[in-house]
Design a protein around this ligand. Structure first.
Ligand code: HEC
Length: 271
């Protein structure tokens, strides 16, 4: 099938999906996803984001008119195979621990010469405006499918990022006095009909971390880990998470390290 045919068949699947999405109130997230798979098999609209991400990756852009193919995600310039499974990590050139999303911002601004304001203008797509960062993240993450998460935590700054993430995870705050741990440190817990993933064990963290980024059926958008985190902070009624901030990267490091050894299977499909 040509890329164009593939695109058309995916758009058709998405449209059908939108129409079928008036989920019965008593359906759990697992049942909704099982129903989706029964209808569409392994068809995942995330492929649309991957295709767009690939094009963005390979197109010369910015004041320097270069593509992202020289962007170093930690495994050398241009190497994307397995790169996502080893992030976040320490980068010598920026002197920072970075996750994929903040690293992409570095490459788009420093390497391509795109203005940061432009790069960060649409961090998360909203149906009308599409996010380039979400698309490129989908493309790069897909190149880690089947790779094992490898977070050695060798560098002192990586250890510090993990420690920060861990402390935020257990820090109770906001009007409900919730910590991430309130919702995510027991198995089998639910809010309404959503199962709350247990993120403090290796098994629970692997099941969650290996499946992001993900296509969110309820939103018709591909979502990244930074989106997932900011949405949980919102549910906690905490101030908005700054994209690429130490807290965002610390939490990602905490989850990734807890998921060490898990086999990447993203982009996946989520309710
Ligand atoms: C009030 C409860 C609540 C709090 C507090 C909360 N979350 Fe969540 N979180 C959820 C729910 C509900 C979901 C599942 C959403 C869904 O299925 O759509 C979720 C999903 C997630 C996921 C994705 C798991 C998966 O398997 O897809 C991650 C990662 C996550 N949360 C991290 C965090 C972090 C980190 C914090 C603290 C900053 C946090 N959450 C705070 C309720 C919470």
């Amino acid at each position: 099938m040509s890329v164009q045919d593939r695109y058309i068949s995916l758009v058709a699947a998405c449209t059908l999906l939108g129409a079928s999405l008036s989920l019965p109130a008593e359906q759990t997230s697992e049942e909704a996803i099982a129903e989706y798979h029964a209808m569409f098999g392994d068809e995942n609209p995330a492929e649309l984001w991957q295709l767009r991400g690939e094009e963005l990756w390979k197109t010369p852009r910015g004041s320097r008119q270069v593509s992202l193919e020289a962007c170093d995600l930690g495994k050398g310039p241009g190497v994307i195979a397995g790169a996502y499974a080893e992030l976040p990590r320490w980068f010598e050139d920026t002197g920072k621990v970075q996750d994929l999303e903040s690293r992409l911002v570095t490459c788009m601004t420093n390497l391509q010469g795109l203005p940061e304001s432009e790069v960060l203008a649409v961090k998360f797509g909203d149906g009308e405006q599409k996010s380039e960062l979400e698309a490129i993240t989908a493309y790069v993450a897909a190149a880690s499918r089947g790779s094992r998460i490898t977070i050695p935590l060798d560098h002192a700054a990586e250890k510090a990022a993990y420690a920060l993430g861990e402390s935020v995870f257990f820090y109770r705050a906001g009007p409900h006095d919730f910590a991430c741990a309130t919702c995510h440190s027991e198995s089998g817990k639910r809010i309404r009909l959503q199962t709350l993933p247990q993120l403090t064990t290796s098994e629970g963290a692997q099941a969650a971390y290996t499946r992001w980024p993900a296509y969110r059926v309820s939103q018709g958008e591909l979502r990244t880990m930074e989106w997932r985190l900011q949405d949980c902070l919102r549910q906690q009624r905490l101030p908005q998470l700054t994209y690429g901030s130490d807290v965002a990267i610390g939490l990602t490091m905490y989850l990734a390290r807890n998921a060490n050894g898990g086999e990447m299977a993203a982009p996946s499909i989520k309710r």
